[in-house]
Design a protein around this ligand. Structure first.
Ligand SMILES: Nc1ncnc2c1ncn2[C@@H]1O[C@H](COP(=O)(O)OP(=O)(O)OP(=O)(O)O)[C@@H](O)[C@H]1O
Ligand SMILES: [Mg+2]
Length: 147
């Protein structure tokens, strides 16, 4: 993945636990990738050096929703920060624009999904994204749909 070098340089281990049987779905791949890159880069910044980022994906029991959890054992956030992280231009970084999570929030909302964070100062953070799955109707695309 595009961030592998970043993980390597900062001695960050990636722990993946991925759903292997994802249904075909209507998602804007580039936009969702942008969200994941924003969150993963924030996790790298929160860790600085030597840490673990875990990425977990799961379908819910009705196969209607995909949950993505990205957790880091970095600096974490206090209550006040947690309330502001999705606001445009909120940043605690010297050269941060504070737009990464605001844009991510907008993208997930556009997909009728939700994004939230659980975090503890000094312990780490976990971002939880729920995305409704709308199955692709191949018949509309002239593919081999089920008759
Ligand atoms: N995993 C995390 N651990 C700790 N703090 C975080 C984490 N993710 C986000 N934050 C906090 O939320 C703020 C906003 O994040 P956001 O990605 O929107 O902006 P940014 O990273 O500061 O700048 P950029 O626009 O370059 O992404 C960060 O500055 C940081 O304080
Ligand atoms: Mg960011």
């Amino acid at each position: 993945m595009i961030l592998n070098n970043e993980f390597y340089i900062h001695h960050i281990r990636i722990d993946e636990d991925l759903e292997n049987d994802l249904p075909q779905t209507l998602l804007d791949e580039n936009q969702i990738e942008q969200v994941l890159i924003n969150i993963l880069l924030n996790a790298v910044h929160a860790i600085e050096n030597d840490g673990i980022i875990s990425i977990k994906t799961r379908m819910d029991s009705e196969q209607a929703e995909l949950r993505i959890e990205i957790a880091d054992n970095g600096c974490g956030m206090n209550e006040k920060e947690i309330r502001k992280i999705f606001d445009p231009f909120f940043s605690t970084k010297p050269s941060g624009t504070g737009l990464g999570l605001a844009v991510s929030y907008g993208i997930i909302r556009n997909h009728q999904g939700s994004i939230r964070v659980e975090s503890r100062s000094g312990k780490g953070s976990c971002f939880i994204i729920d995305l409704p799955i709308s199955p692709v109707d191949f018949r509309k695309e002239g593919g081999e749909g089920i008759a």
